[in-house]
Design a protein around this ligand. Structure first.
Ligand code: SF4
Length: 319
């Protein structure tokens, strides 16, 4: 039986960013240098496949530091960053802590600290409960950072001092939604201090840029990624906003609902910053079983960002 044709437009850049590569490398290097077990606080990056692969190699994932036994085994903090209280608690227990916080998240932490030192109240644009937001708010004393998620939140803001305000943002937000929130903030508080350089990171911006190019050209878009991955969720929203009404976040090929994709002729595929390329290939293979597939790479930016391993591992790195 002849298969129906399907054009796949593959967004580029997609998938792993430099912060995710570094965080996964940190766990693998810690295992290679120090042996198992290596404890990891929270999912090192938001992807079940990555987490399960590292578990098989000897990583033990914990929710809180209290679950890590005393001893010499390394404990790694995830790419999303942690509140200051976490490394402090690790130091108090003399645990061997390795901080895999993405340098671009650390940059936001530093900005917030500088604003605080200068006496400014900080508005953080981000999503409540996301580990990065918890980590950024946890850099400073309670009450010194106010979280806003939407333009409506900005309208409701009642800061004590409206003159000494600054804002920072989560790194993985929607570029367009955030612009609207920033404009609302600047309209309400004209003297609010902005970041010198955009806090939304290069990887988030580039992946959204590629989806914007591809989404209007396809009938459906698959974003390879986890439901708890902020940047993956934003890619799905960007596709919808650009007119692609059938946009789905899919973890693996086995999760594809074929009743949705059976009659399409043009499909876009991208992957969140924590989704490995092997899962993209798996999904293309699944489509190739049912369709005569033609794959076209649609590239909107070149990336050559690299972050060195965390300091605690740099000198001993193997391989
Ligand atoms: Fe770092 Fe951006 Fe990747 Fe997050 S998405 S780990 S901020 S490079």
């Amino acid at each position: 039986m002849t298969k129906p044709p399907l054009d796949i437009l593959l967004c580029a850049p997609r998938g792993f960013c430099a912060g995710v590569v570094r965080a996964i490398d940190a766990v693998e290097q810690a295992l290679a240098i120090h042996g198992a077990p290596v404890y990891v606080r929270h999912e090192i990056v938001h992807n079940k496949y990555v987490v399960e692969s590292l578990k098989k190699k000897g990583a033990i994932f914990v929710r809180e530091l209290g679950e890590v036994p005393d001893g010499d085994a390394p404990v790694i903090f995830s790419a999303h960053g942690v509140p200051k209280s976490v490394p402090e608690a690790a130091a108090a227990r003399r645990l061997f802590a390795i901080d895999a916080t993405c340098p671009l998240v650390t940059k936001v932490h530093r900005e917030a600290q500088v604003h605080h030192k200068r006496g400014r109240h900080i508005i953080l644009i981000g999503h409540a409960g996301h580990p990065e937001v918890v980590g950024t708010m946890g850099q400073l004393p309670e009450g010194t950072v106010t979280l806003v998620e939407t333009v409506e939140d900005v309208a409701r803001l009642e800061p004590v001092d409206t003159k000494d305000l600054a804002f920072v943002t989560q790194t993985t937000l929607s570029v367009d939604d955030t612009r609207e929130v920033i404009e609302a903030l600047q309209a309400r508080f004209p003297s609010v201090v902005s970041p010198h350089k955009e806090d939304i990171c290069y990887a988030t911006t580039n992946r959204q840029g590629a989806v914007k190019r591809v989404a209007p050209q396809v009938e459906a878009m698959i974003v390879v990624g986890s439901p708890n991955s902020s940047n993956s969720q934003r890619l799905r929203e960007v596709a919808e906003r650009e007119g692609c009404t059938l946009a789905r976040l899919i973890l693996r090929a086995e999760d594809i609902d074929w009743s949705l994709f059976g009659s399409i002729r043009r499909l876009g595929i991208t992957a969140g910053a924590s989704a490995p390329e092997i899962l993209v290939e798996e999904i293309i293979d699944a489509f190739a079983e049912r369709f005569e597939v033609q794959v076209e790479n649609v590239s909107t930016a070149d990336e050559n960002v690299f972050f060195p391993l965390p300091r605690e591992l740099r000198d001993q790195a193997v391989g």
